[in-house]
Design a binder for this molecule. Sequence first.
Ligand SMILES: Cc1ncc(COP(=O)(O)O)c(C=O)c1O
Length: 424
Amino acid sequence: MLNTPRILTPLPGPESEKIIKRDTGVSSPSLIKEYPLVIKRAEGMFIEDLDGNTFLDFMAGIAVTSTGHCHPLVINAIQKQSQDLLHICGTDFYYPAYTDLCKKLQSLAPGNKDWKVFLSNSGAEAVDGAIKLARFHTKREHILAFEGAFHGRTYGALSLTDSKPVQKNGFGPFLPGVYHVPFGLRADEIVALIKKSGLELESFAAIFVEPILGEGGYIIPPDEFLPQLREVCNEYGVLLVADEIQSGVGRTGKFLAVEHWGVIPDIITLAKGLGSGMPIGAILGTDEVMSWPPGSHGSTFGGNPVSCAASLATLALVENELMDNARKMGPYLLRRLSKLETKYKCVKNIRGKGLMIAMDLYQDDQPSHDAAYQFEQKCFQEGLLVLGCGEYSVRLTPPLIVQKSQIDIAVDIMETVLDGLSDE
Ligand SMILES: Cc1ncc(COP(=O)(O)O)c(C=O)c1O
């Protein structure tokens, strides 16, 4: 495969066009399809479409392909495992890959705690399980989440989600007992808001928080935010649940984003980058918290052997080299982007930790959804894949293998796009 972006046809090309036509009226219209990319294959940092166009990937399938596309060690682990065992159900039986992955996650989780692990198929399923666990352990009903949060689309997770109206409109009623407060608020303000609503913090089972707001706009909270949440949770016996589904598994240069603030949650949810593209999620709970009895929670496919094998290979790479790479490449990307902010009036608020980076797009001195959308679409036309987030932001989440030369190519493409946008 090529190691540079190359656009040979108008986009979408004729072969891609055929699939898009065939798909229309077949797949659910709820699917967004950000741009008309029809993928044939992918390798490392690059994606090839059906017409032979090659794209540089700075979105990683929404922060999923942490080791790059089809990493040989991940493929090898999948192939080996799939020759031995495809399925047996981890709820009912034992197999080494399940146990090994739980042990690995236990060793990577922060603090001197004995963590226990439940494996799921997806992020939303991990969040739903975490809601159940928090209620079960505390015997309390209420859950606090944050405005702008995204926790997934199943009913439990969706009840906590507060990102885009379209994600919830028409789907109510939701889980009772869920409350939202602004993200990044001071702890005393949160406590005051809850009391003002006539509620007692002692009735809350958990506070669910994305350490860095993901889908909601890659918002990094003030430094005191997470430590203060930890203190509030300690004071009122509430569990702190870190939804690290987007920010975890080395994406920010540490295994979990909460580690940037030295905070240890009671429950952690993971998915996305955990399997490098294979479906797998996890709930980690401290020994004390994860004490539900046999039969109280389970899953047919969760922790499927092949996904576990992919995840073990992924975690070895993340631990040994990729977290380190994210720590080096993140600041390099931020430095290169800061030059764009100086050069173009429409680029503002470049921010990020590790390789979880975003910037805001402006038009006529106002943050602009349309400018962010145009930027994303034009990057695609130029062979660079990025994704929007929040109202007017564009996120940059390349696979954690990204190299300086690829960052240079990406930023050059962004410059070409911004030149075009400034001319319009
Ligand atoms: C922070 C966070 N939580 C939960 C989810 C839901 O994960 P999934 O799409 O695997 O259900 C996502 C997905 O984007 C996410 O970013």
